[in-house]
Design a protein around this ligand. Structure first.
Ligand SMILES: NC(=O)C1=CN([C@@H]2O[C@H](COP(=O)(O)OP(=O)(O)OC[C@H]3O[C@@H](n4cnc5c(N)ncnc54)[C@H](O)[C@@H]3O)[C@@H](O)[C@H]2O)C=CC1
Ligand SMILES: [Mg+2]
Length: 337
């Protein structure tokens, strides 16, 4: 039976993924340490004895509300003195380590192998209920990584060539076919997300699968053989029938839906003379600076029975970042006019 060792409420935030964090992590050999744990099963098992283990239930992170109404991940703190049960040692996946070289793992205590997608909505309810996501944000990329790795391990139990079972290494970072020795690594699907502007307005769309009232930048999966620029132009043409004429890169983000996407975000513009939308989505329309400004203030989705309101992806989604960047540049433009 699963036996928690000690529940830590409000555990210390893992480092964020900003460039400076990476540089300092390199300096203190943290990355080399994590790489060693991925390659050395014995070292990884030893590290697990004194690790922080972040808990998930059916792929959703187990969060706790703090006294400030924010949400924090729940972690077991392993002291190394108590024996660990079979599931903890066999199913925890390594996601990194702290500045003090304490290993950090994730463990799904209620995994749902038969229907692994069932617990995931397009946007997790728990994230919608965060009143002020800022203190939670540093944990988010960590949790998304853990969720993706747990999901990949849960759904990659068999070799797609031989049909035989695959076995994971201790860290959960690779799986090997028991019959052919083929090695499998976690997979991601590249996705382009693009905010199209006509100089004064930006174009947002919604799919029927989006939560009610939500609009976001246009997005689409890369086809095999395509460049990012080709995907971008194809998706904009397919979804709204427009031709973009300038493209600039913004940033990127791992996104767990539907099966670990790697989102690459761009701004693009169309000629103000050619803005007629031919929509293949549930809806797509142009938004003015004023409309975007008020939509960015809507922090929670409308509840059933509330009047319709446009709301945008939350702060930690890259769609929000694109829209916020566009708003800042547009505000500057108006100030300078
Ligand atoms: N983080 C953010 O701010 C946002 C993230 N997204 C994410 O972007 C992703 C792509 O956007 P969509 O408009 O849905 O893409 P899309 O416009 O390419 O349409 C989805 C369809 O593409 C096909 N497809 C091709 N390759 C696929 C693959 N590797 N995995 C799944 N389906 C594939 C399927 O038929 C699927 O129904 C979605 O997973 C969505 O969660 C979308 C908007 C905002
Ligand atoms: Mg799309």
């Amino acid at each position: 039976m699963f036996r928690p060792l000690k529940i830590l409420i409000g555990t210390k935030c893992p480092p964020t993924r900003c460039c400076s964090a990476f540089v300092s992590r390199m300096r203190f050999s943290n990355l080399q340490y994590v790489n060693r744990l991925k390659e050395d099963d014995e070292a990884c098992a030893a590290a697990l004895q004194n690790a922080h283990i972040f808990l998930f239930h059916r792929l959703s992170p187990l969060l706790q509300r703090t006294e400030h109404r924010t949400l924090r991940p729940t972690a077991l703190v392993c002291s190394g003195t108590e024996p660990q049960n079979h599931r903890t040692t066999e199913e925890s996946v390594l996601i990194g380590c702290s500045e003090e070289n304490q290993a950090q793992f994730c463990l799904d205590v209620g995994k749902n192998i038969l229907n692994p997608g069932s617990s995931l909505s397009w946007w997790p309810e728990t994230l919608n209920s965060v009143q002020d996501p800022s203190p939670y944000e540093p944990d988010l990329c960590f949790l998304l990584q853990g969720q993706a790795l747990l999901r990949w391990n849960q759904t990659s139990g068999f070799c797609s060539t031989t049909g035989q079972p695959t076995h994971r290494n201790r860290a959960g970072s690779q799986r090997v076919c028991s019959s052919s020795g083929i090695i499998y690594y976690p997979k991601m699907s590249p996705v382009v997300i693009v905010l199209v502007s006509d100089g004064k307005r930006c174009l947002l769309g919604r799919q029927s699968s989006f939560p009610r009232g939500m609009y976001s930048a246009l997005a689409g999966f890369c086809d095999m053989g395509e460049t990012l620029e080709e995907t971008l132009r194809r998706e904009v043409a397919e979804e709204v029938g427009l031709e973009v004429h300038s493209v600039s890169y913004s940033s990127s983000q791992h996104w767990p839906f539907p099966h670990s996407s790697f989102m690459m975000a761009f701004h693009a513009s169309v000629s103000p003379a050619h803005t007629q939308v031919s929509c293949q989505l549930e809806d797509a329309r142009w938004f003015s600076l004023e409309e975007i400004t008020s939509a960015l203030q809507v922090k929670t989705p409308p509840r059933r029975g509330d009047p319709p309101v446009v709301w945008l992806p939350p702060k930690h989604a890259i769609g929000n970042r694109l829209i916020t960047e566009w708003r800042s540049v547009s505000c500057l433009h108006y100030v300078n006019m």
